[in-house]
Design a protein around this ligand. Structure first.
Ligand code: CA
Length: 470
């Protein structure tokens, strides 16, 4: 199977070379078999917040166009229901619990030791560190949120460029030149220096992304475009909201305006790739870092009917809009129905370069998605038979279509069991009816859980030994 896959890639690359040789603009073509990589990671965007998954009020024409030009994963999961740990998972390709990254970084403690120690440990390779030996130029634009200390910032973790902020929640308009009491206005950095900021972050990050592509179009690049949209605070210029007068609910309209700003940016990024004729040789992932936030009113983001919110292990917290586009390899209008994981991003990129495991740390928990998407694998074979979630006391495990979970906000705090094949909205708790299945899944989760470090390591209680991840 793998040989067949490699052969098809070789034929494809050969075809690209032939095509480019016949093209008068060949000097502008990137005919390298090293594809560019763009990971657009939206923040707190729910399953019902994009047109390509059925939203009819909100407008996401550019995101929809991107999704339909590649594969839409109908069951795409992130590894955490909140920002920081989800990012630790997607940027390393390993379950973040393995490296003690279960929870958001404790910003209140920065710059004390406790705040400094939190972040992705240096013992685990991150994606740009894997790409650098292959000649990639990597940049992150937007929200970082996987390490505040200098040793854990982007330029210490394989990125060549950084423009954005380090923490979790940030004003769209304001930033200061110090780590003051208002974390929402913590500094914006250009590489390692704090810089003054003017503008609306979504628009500015889009400007920066276009500029990054323009400057790096001649070499293989990795762009991690990490919008803080559509995370709170709920701020958006009137110019976007005015385009959405058909939405009556004012909270939804405001949220949709924030989405529209990001959608405009995605459109500009994709147009820039096309303008330079590198769109076909660029793999673009578009994913949300967790599900819908409940917000002020519960009407801002839309879960698309999925149960629960950001912070839950119900589907509404962890199942997200998830697409991949790579025109040289993936047919447009592809729909993939089996569950996939954000962990698969790194493994898929790595496989395109023949990288089988990280230089340092735990082996990938994700898999190369291409053989599944392209039908090289048997269509009944799933990328993941088992998937795990764990944060604070909440946990879940999915085995096939069975999902066991425990959420601490449930009044009776009982373990629940669902069969997602028949019940994607998790309405029918089968825990009493299928006790044998409950025991089977709980045992399986316990076996995995017992192999992970203590779940409170990233928040790092002061008396803990910090030598995790070794
Ligand atoms: Ca988030």
């Amino acid at each position: 199977m793998i040989r067949k896959y490699i052969s098809s890639i070789c034929i494809l690359v050969f075809a690209i070379v032939i095509t480019s040789c016949n093209n008068s603009n060949k000097t502008e073509l990137n005919i390298s078999n090293k594809s560019n990589v763009i990971l657009i990671f939206a923040d707190d965007m729910g399953f019902g917040d994009v047109g390509f998954l059925g939203a009819t009020d909100i407008q996401t024409p550019n995101i929809d166009k991107l999704a339909k030009s590649g594969v839409i994963f109908n069951q795409g999961y992130v590894t955490a229901s909140v920002c920081g740990p989800s990012r630790a998972g997607i940027l390393t390709g390993v379950y973040q619990q393995r490296i003690g990254a279960d929870e958001n970084i404790p910003e209140d403690d920065f710059p004390t030791e406790r705040g400094r120690i939190a972040g992705i440990p240096l013992s685990q390779s991150m994606l740009p560190e894997l790409l650098r030996p292959h000649g990639y130029h990597s940049g992150v634009i937007g929200k970082w949120h996987v390490g505040l200390d200098e040793t854990k910032r982007p330029l210490s973790r394989g990125f060549d460029e950084f423009y954005g902020f380090l923490n979790g929640s940030h004003s769209y308009y304001k930033s200061t030149m110090e780590f003051g009491d208002n974390h929402g206005e913590w500094p914006i950095f250009r590489n390692e220096e704090m810089v003054k900021f003017n503008g609306y972050t979504t628009d500015v990050f889009s400007d920066e992304a276009v500029n990054f592509i323009e400057r790096n179009k001649e070499e293989p690049f990795f762009l991690y475009l990490s919008y803080n949209a559509v995370h709170h605070p709920w701020e958006v210029p009137d110019s976007y909201v005015e385009r959405l007068k058909h939405i009556e609910d004012k909270d939804r309209r405001l949220f949709s305006g924030m989405m529209l700003a990001m959608d405009d940016g995605v459109g500009r990024v994709m147009q820039t790739l096309k303008d330079h004729n590198i769109d076909k040789n660029t793999m673009v992932f578009f994913i949300s870092d967790n599900g819908s936030p409940k917000g002020q009113s519960g009407t801002m983001s839309n879960t698309g009917g999925l149960r629960g919110w950001k912070g839950d292990t119900y589907e509404g917290g962890i199942r997200v809009p998830f697409t991949m586009t790579w025109p040289n390899v993936i047919s447009k209008n592809t729909i993939y129905d089996h569950p996939v994981s954000a962990l698969d991003v790194v493994a898929t990129v790595a496989a395109s370069l023949g990288i089988e495991k990280p230089a340092q740390g735990f082996d990938f928990d994700g898999v190369d998605l291409i053989p599944y998407v392209n039908g090289i694998k048997d269509k009944n074979e799933r990328p993941h038979e088992v998937m795990y979630w764990r944060r604070k006391d909440d946990y879940a495990i999915r085995v096939g279509d069975w999902k066991l979970e425990w959420n601490d906000d449930k009044p009776n705090k009982e373990i629940e069991l669902f069969n997602l094949a028949n019940d994607p909205y998790e309405k029918d708790d089968l825990s009493k009816k299928h006790l044998e299945k409950l025991v089977e899944l709980q045992d399986k989760f316990d076996a995995w859980d017992s192999q992970q470090p203590d779940s409170k390591v990233w928040p790092a209680p002061k008396n803990r030994n910090y030598d995790y991840g070794k």
